[in-house]
Structures are given as C-alpha cells and as structure tokens.
Design a protein around this ligand. Structure first.
Ligand code: NAD
Ligand code: ZN
Length: 411
C-alpha cells in the first residue's frame, strides 16, 4: 500500500481530477470478505495470504477480551509473532501516530479488531507503514470496514477531517459469534446507516453526480445499493430480534452482511447525498444528539431526504414504518430535539450545505431554510404515520452512547 503523505494526497487529488474530467466509471473494493460464526478462531486460515511471520493487532481493552485474543491465539498457534496494541478509544492524530511507532521491524500486516474507530485507526496505521490491512469488525454498527478512508477526530471527539487512501483494506473478516453477543443497539444503528445507502445512491445516480470513489457510479454499484435495501427489507427485523436473544440465525447473518459489506461497498461506489449531510448538520447541535449513534442520526437524515425529494406520503410511510419496526428514531422528540428552535434548525441547514457536503450530489439546489422546513415536515409526516397506525412505541434517547438493550430503549 502507498504511504499516507502529502505526496500521496496530491497524487490522489490528481487521480480524482483526471477521473472527473473524463467521467470515468470507478469501482473500488476489498479483495476478500469472510463472515461466519467462529471466524476469529480460524483467523490464520485467511490472514496467511498477507502474513506468515508477524502481525500487529489493534483493539481497545473491551474488544481484546471479546474478540481480539481469539485472533491472536489462532495466529500464535501457527507460529506468528504478534504485537498487541491497546487502542485508546479515539481516532485522533496523536493516537494514530502513537500506534504507528509501536510496530516492530519486520511487521508484515496490520489487523484492526473492533468498532468503526478501531477500523479507521488500523487503516491509517497500515497506510502510513506501507503494510497490508485486515479489518475484523466486532460489531455491525457502521459501514466503516470496507472503505478506503478514515474519519479523524480531535482527542475530545470532534470531527476533524477525512483521510483518504489509494486502496481499500485487503480483507474484512467478520465473526458473527462475537457480533451476536454485542448490544442490539449496535446492529440497529448499522441498519439505520445501511437503509440510507440505496436512497442516497439512487439520488446520486439520477443526478449524474460522482461517487465517494471519485468517478461515475458503475452498474454493479447500483445493484449493490439496491441489494442492501432489499436484504434489509427481507431480514433486518428478524436479524434484530435474533440479536436480542443472541441467536445467530440466517436472518442475523444477512443483516450483518447488509450493514457491513453491501452498505460499505454501496456507499463508497455509488455515493452519498442528503441523508449523511443532514446527519453531519445535526452534529453541530449540542446536548442529547451526541448520545445517539451514527446510524440513528442517519435514519432521520434519510427521512429528511425523502421530504427534500418530494416523495409521496405513501413512499414516506413505507420507509418510516420499516424504520419504526427496526426501533430507529423517526421524530424530533425521539432525537431529543422536540424543543429545537428555528434558529438551530437553520444552523443545521447551513452545516448540511457546506461546500464539500454530499447534499450537492443531488440535482435540486437547497437553501438552509429548505433543510429546516424538511426537518420539521419529516417530524409531522412521522407523527401522522404513528397516528394512522396507532403506533405507540417510541425510541427514548438513552443516557449514553453505549446504553445497550432495545428493551431499555423501549421500556
Ligand atoms: N471510514 C468510514 O468509511 C466510516 C464509515 C462509517 C462510520 N465511520 C466512523 O466509525 C465510528 C463509529 O463506529 P461505531 O459505531 O462502531 O463506534 P465506535 O468505534 O466508537 O465504538 C464501538 C464501541 O463498541 C465497543 N464494542 C465493539 N465490539 C463490541 C462487542 N462485540 N460487544 C460490546 N461492545 C463492543 C467498543 O469497545 C467501543 O467502545 C465513527 O468514528 C464514524 O465516524 C467511518
Ligand atoms: Zn454512515
């Protein structure tokens, strides 16, 4: 893999410029994807394609206990030297640079085991050290695993920048025996993120805009986005119910694949639109919004996109009913924003319309007032849906991001 230096950034910029000028079709991907119960215990079988002597494993303290030790044991059993690294929890420049210095000479491979932030750390370290990278998610809470970028934060958790790499991680290895034990809220958040994939992709494709991979979306990218939506509609509710009972069913496996592989390849290769821009806009607000997970905010962003696209009430109800069945938040009250002022709504609109935001991939142009109106309208449409369907269940903003069980979210 090429290094993460300004030289590489510059060559990436040049590549993006050439691709855009020539409207080239671009598809980018991991080389291998493996998913199933107990995969971490058989890690060497897959990892040996990139390392036979030594590897570095990065995981936070909790994930070392839950999954990373299983990966390590499989590698050590086959004679590999393993450098253990305990990730501090935030993908900040300082933490990423600290971890880069811990690699022993002769390290052949970087393995990141954990959630989105650990995955983003492993990608950064591998690129900086010019080494191959294996990502081993221990939750299906986001679509970070497959992409060729990391989201970098300040040490106190504020978004700082995206770091783009020339290529994707080499392999993603998912152990569903580990993931099925994780709090169900994580899987639900992943479903919220993955539900946006096709709705945003369709908008990018219809507008002839560029994907996150930097080119014209390919036919296969559209099919992946569509398959992500279809698969969730078929299996996500059963997947969530299975997760609550820690049952590794086929429906659970399908949901994990949609959240991880289909959503990841779909968003990168087909592109993002208003749902993620509204999510980013919402993060400028303080208070309860920071207790929500990424996919929970993206879900509301998706509803706002449906309003901006002027979809019929029938189409809106179709998506919102599915979100409610998946225990995702669908009203401002459920986001903890029932008292949001007009001024704050405009701030969200302004942030969602920053020049580098993905909302500009849509053919229609919007003002901050349009976004504010769409946020209010989505709340009204969702409440109407509740009323028509006598739906009393509500998402309650949990006391912390790691508050776990759906039973707690819906007492
Ligand atoms: N690079 C990309 O393309 C991309 C895409 C989407 C999201 N992201 C990033 O991913 C991050 C969000 O990821 P996240 O939602 O996974 O959160 P996270 O990485 O902040 O946290 C995951 C938490 O879950 C815990 N955990 C992991 N596995 C567990 C298990 N099996 N059981 C119990 N606890 C477990 C970890 O210890 C950690 O505290 C954000 O920083 C976001 O910006 C990046
Ligand atoms: Zn997302």
């Amino acid at each position: 893999m090429a290094p993460l230096t300004s030289e590489v950034d510059q060559s990436l910029d040049e590549e993006a410029l050439v691709t855009k000028q020539h409207l080239e079709r671009v598809y980018t991907s991991i080389q291998k994807y493996v998913q199933g119960p107990g995969v971490f215990e058989r890690a060497y079988t897959y990892v040996r394609h990139w390392a036979t002597e030594s590897a570095m494993i990065i995981a936070d303290e909790r994930v070392w206990e839950i999954g990373a030790n299983k990966v390590k044991q499989s590698l050590v059993k086959h004679g590999l030297r393993v450098t253990d690294v305990t990730f501090g929890g935030e993908a900040s420049e300082a933490e990423l640079e600290r971890i880069c210095t811990l690699a022993e000479s002769g390290t052949e491979l970087i393995i990141g085991v954990g959630g989105g932030k650990t995955m983003d750390t492993a990608k950064y370290v591998a690129n900086k050290l010019h080494l191959p990278c294996v990502i081993a998610p221990s939750t299906a809470s986001s679509d970070a695993a497959t992409s060729s970028l990391s989201v970098i934060y300040t040490p106190d958790g504020q978004f700082q920048r995206y770091s783009y790499y020339p290529l994707n991680p080499n392999m993603v290895m998912v152990d569903t025996k580990v993931i099925v034990q994780a709090p169900v809220r994580f899987l639900i958040s992943g479903v919220g993120d993955a539900l946006a994939t096709w709705i945003e992709a369709e908008s990018v494709i219809n507008s002839h805009a560029t994907s996150a991979a930097g080119g014209t979306p390919t036919i296969v990218a559209a099919y992946i986005g569509r398959a992500c939506m279809d698969s969730l509609r078929k299996y996500a509710v059963q997947g969530i119910l299975s997760n609550i009972r820690h049952a590794c069913t086929d429906a659970f496996e399908a949901t994990v694949e949609a959240n991880t592989l289909l959503s990841g390849l779909g968003f990168e290769n087909a592109g993002l639109a208003a749902a993620h821009a509204v999510h980013n806009g919402l993060t400028v607000l303080g208070g309860p919004i920071h207790q929500l997970m990424h996919g929970e905010k993206v879900a509301y962003g998706t509803l706002v996109q449906l309003v901006l696209e002027n979809r019929t009430l029938e189409e809106y109800f179709d998506i919102v009913s599915f979100m409610a069945e998946c225990h995702l938040p669908i009203t401002l009250e459920e986001l903890g924003l029932e008292d949001i002022s007009d001024e704050d709504l405009l701030k969200v609109g302004e942030a969602a319309l920053k020049p580098d935001e993905t909302i500009h991939n849509m053919s229609k142009k919007f003002s901050p007032g349009d976004i504010a109106d769409a946020i209010r309208a989505a709340d009204a449409y969702s409440k109407k849906w509740r009323q028509v369907n006598n739906w009393t269940e509500k998402f309650i903003v949990p006391p912390s991001r790691h508050h776990a069980h759906v039973q707690d979210i819906h007492p």
